[in-house]
Ligand binder design. Structure first.
Ligand code: IPM
Ligand code: MG
Length: 335
């Protein structure tokens, strides 16, 4: 198995070593290909990612990604968007389950849902025009794109999550009534129970009644926004992982960004990145290892070995080291 390792910018460079230490504890036969990609590289060389980087990544089985800065500079092309598009990582899967012993901001403590976000089109189509007095972004929703994301949602629903909620703004946007109709057709064909929600009502209800939801399927920008809402519900961005998957490639990354405000201090929470490794293990079919990792995360949190965002005073690497140690003990018991 060949994995491209992309720490990226800011805290990406701190959480990646923490995640790799945990991955190493499994002793798997993995070839790691480190790549320097991101805003830092853009500032130094004028290119955030080269064609050569792209072809190295395409030869890997998957990518483990830290975090990357995407400045609001019209001349800067988002690296993540390029990777998602060129690797055809059309499904962005973001699970939200409260971790044991994490204080949540709302009184809702029991929920378990996954946001399945279309990841290659919609408002992120890249078809844009910037003029003196007007700017355009073309929102593209295709039948193929909507069908395959709805199929992904159905696979998750069949795997135990049961119900699908199709989220859109079809009362206003034609592209969304198209998305809704395609998704509805796919859910019916698969015999999956479903309902639909307008995205604004969804944001509201997700906070009040998160326990109602199993699989939420939606378009690119709505999924981006709803997943940050969901991350707040689940205790913070520092805890939430994601998988960007296509039919051939996959990329695993925490939902959080490069957090320049805390970068360089060694206090970034590595759990989101470590749980992204867990999603990678699941994608590899290593369910037992993924379970061991999940138990170890619960255990460090229960012991209070946590970073300042969770009220602790431990560093990024303290958490990683404690976790690797607990995991090695579990693994000794298993083998
Ligand atoms: C995310 C991020 C990205 C997105 C940015 C950094 C391009 O917010 O993965 O949620 O908008 O998809
Ligand atoms: Mg986002």
């Amino acid at each position: 198995m060949k994995i491209a390792i992309v720490p990226g910018d800011g805290i990406g460079r701190e959480v990646m070593p923490a995640a790799l230490a945990v991955l190493d504890a499994f002793g798997l036969d993995i070839e790691k290909i480190p790549l320097e990609i991101g805003y830092g590289k853009w500032k130094r060389t004028g290119s955030a990612i080269t064609d050569e980087d792209m072809s190295i990544i395409k030869e890997c089985d998957c990518v483990l990604f830290g975090a990357i800065t995407t400045p609001p500079d019209p001349n800067y092309k988002s690296v993540l968007m390029r990777l998602r598009k060129e690797l055809d990582l059309y499904a962005n899967i973001r699970p939200f389950v409260p971790l044991a012993n994490v204080k949540l901001p709302c009184n809702k403590k029991v929920f378990d849902f996954v946001i399945v976000r279309e990841n290659t089109e919609g408002m992120y189509s890249g078809i844009e025009e910037l003029h003196e007095d007007v700017a355009y972004t073309t929102r593209v929703i295709t039948r193929k794109g909507s069908q395959r994301i709805a199929e992904r949602a159905c696979i998750l629903a069949k795997g135990g999550k049961k119900h699908i909620t199709i989220v859109h703004k079809a009362n206003v946007l034609k592209s969304d009534s198209f998305f809704r109709d395609v998704c509805t057709g796919v859910a019916k064909r698969n015999g999956i129970s479903f309902n639909e929600m307008l995205v604004d009502a969804m944001a509201y209800d997700l906070i009040l009644r998160p326990e109602k939801y199993d699989v939420i399927v939606t378009t690119n920008l709505f999924g981006d926004i709803l997943s940050d809402v969901a991350a707040a519900l689940a205790g913070g961005l520092g805890l939430c992982p994601s998988a960007n998957v296509g039919d051939r490639h996959a990329l695993f990354e925490p939902i959080h960004g490069s957090a320049p405000d805390i970068a360089g201090k060694g206090i970034a929470n590595p759990i989101a990145s470590i749980l992204s490794v867990r999603m990678m293990l699941q994608w590899m079919g290593r369910e037992k290892d993924a379970q061991v990792l999940g138990r170890a995360v619960d255990s460090v949190i229960a012991k209070g070995i946590v970073t300042p965002d969770l009220g602790g005073s431990y560093s990024t690497m303290d958490v990683s080291e404690a976790l690797s140690k607990i995991m090695s003990e579990y693994l000794d018991q298993v083998h």
